[in-house]
Design a protein around this ligand. Sequence first.
Ligand code: 13P
Length: 252
Amino acid sequence: MLIAGNWKMNTDLPSARALAAGVRESAADAEGVEVLVCPPFVLLDGVYQILQGSNVKVGGQTLHPEDEGAFTGEVSAQMLRSVGCSHVIVGHSERRALFGETDEDVHARVRQALDNDLVPVLCVGETLDQRRGGTQQKVVAEQLEKALEGAELASGSDIVVAYEPVWAIGTGETATPEQAQSMHAFARKWLKDRFTDELAADICILYGGSMKPHNAEELLSQDDVDGGLIGGASLKASDFGAIIEHAVHLAG
Ligand code: 13P
């Protein structure tokens, strides 16, 4: 089970450090649950200083596909590694919708993460129109196909997949546990066909989209839901802590 917080463009250095300290405390005896936080780039180092030596991991929210060079404003895999990151979110729907990231961009970033020993947290998910049109499986299959083209994984822990239905992100509207399970099972089957049964069984498939303390238990108890990628509720240590607690009970 993996509980991950995507802080998006929120907090500043003092509040990020305070939040990290709260998460560190919540995660102190979170047996069987991996905890990850993904703060904004400029706060990574400050947050890592608080979390170093704890069992909370740190990740970036995206990365540039090149190693280095004249890419003003961008951040490389090596930079992320140098400030303690083990993970990086790739292909978040906000990156796709607001910053024009294409499936090809997502593919290049997944490859760059894998080549640099960063675990990509690959986000996939359909829009409301796509769900209304009944194409959610096709959309997710295509996103997986393109992002993972040519990828070779040594183990299931090399990558994390996050199913984030766009219509549930930041809207307060959550996929029902049945909707989440059905899409997660679909993604698992896709991963089995693409890799091996064993490897696919070990890949964490997270649910993201308005996961909150009050609905986390039901979502996390679904067979193919291996954790959560949490936005809003990861910004309050007590809410994030409550979700971690649900995960610990279910993992135990
Ligand atoms: P919310 O939990 O705020 O809906 O955000 C989900 C998300 O986008 C995590 O990456």
